[in-house]
Design a binder for this molecule. Structure first.
Ligand code: PXP
Length: 243
């Protein structure tokens, strides 16, 4: 069977980070979403943080109106974010852990330790036909927790892999590959993301069970030098070559 095409979701948060640095409306993340749509990206990912440091509430509706690409809303498991997700009805909601002081989403969601808190939130999103994904560390106990929560998707956190070197990176890669396979055996679609770059994406993209990668910071950073279309197309090329 030929390997299936790995989807690329582009996280446009950091276009909004630059916009917010000056408090105006440029650069507009909606324009980034339109470019991603025009150059063959498969989805737009945006994280509405509690402190609104990048994407803001009004951006969500504008992004949804501007492109027909599926929107993957990254959100903390809070009542406020649940209400926003139910109002906007994105294609998917990826539940992430969120700590106000962190610079980025530093670890995976403790789906195993927070079952009772997550269960009603996941169910309400699923009832609204929003595809729920859980952003988890590549650990069997977190996959087990995702099964118990009826999550159709998990996104495996690739941050440890991205930061590791040499033998340690090989160990992290194997963990991700094993957990992607475990997810599929249990009927869960595995995605992956965090810290992926041109240099480290290919071993991850080569994991046959993975259906989607979500990549943000590096693509937006490269776009400063080469343009967003070029950075997305180059990532796409590397992903395709790895499969
Ligand atoms: N996936 C999830 C769930 C994330 O929280 C993030 C970062 O916001 C990403 C993917 C993208 O990570 P990066 O910006 O390092 O590519």
């Amino acid at each position: 069977m030929p390997p299936s095409r790995l989807r690329l979701g582009v996280n446009i948060d950091h276009v909004a980070t630059i916009r917010n640095a000056r408090g105006g409306d440029h650069p507009d993340p909606v324009r980034a979403a339109e470019i991603v749509a025009a150059c063959g990206g498969d989805g737009i990912t945006a994280h509405l943080r509690e402190d609104r440091r990048h994407i803001r509430d009004e951006d969500l509706a504008r992004i949804q109106a501007a492109t027909s690409l599926p929107l993957n809303l990254e959100m903390a498991a809070t009542d406020e974010m649940l209400e926003i997700a139910l109002r906007h009805r994105p294609h998917a909601a990826c539940i992430v852990p969120e700590r106000r002081e962190e610079r980025t989403t530093e670890g995976g969601l403790d789906a195993a330790g927070q079952h009772n808190r997550l269960y009603p939130i996941v169910q309400r999103l699923l009832d609204a036909e929003i595809r729920v994904s859980l952003f988890i560390a590549p650990e069997a106990k977190q996959i087990d927790a995702a099964i118990r929560l009826n999550a159709p998707v998990v996104e495996l956190h690739t941050g440890e892999y991205a930061h590791a070197e040499g033998e340690a990176r090989a160990v992290e890669l194997k963990r991700i590959a094993d957990m992607a396979a475990l997810a599929v055996r249990n009927g869960i679609e595995p995605h992956a993301g965090h810290g992926l770059t041109y240099d480290n994406v290919q071993p991850i993209a080569a994991i046959p069970q993975l259906a989607e990668l979500n990549i943000g910071h590096y693509l937006i950073g490269e776009a400063i030098f080469t343009g967003l279309e070029a950075s997305v197309l180059k990532m796409r090329e590397l992903m395709d070559a790895a499969r």
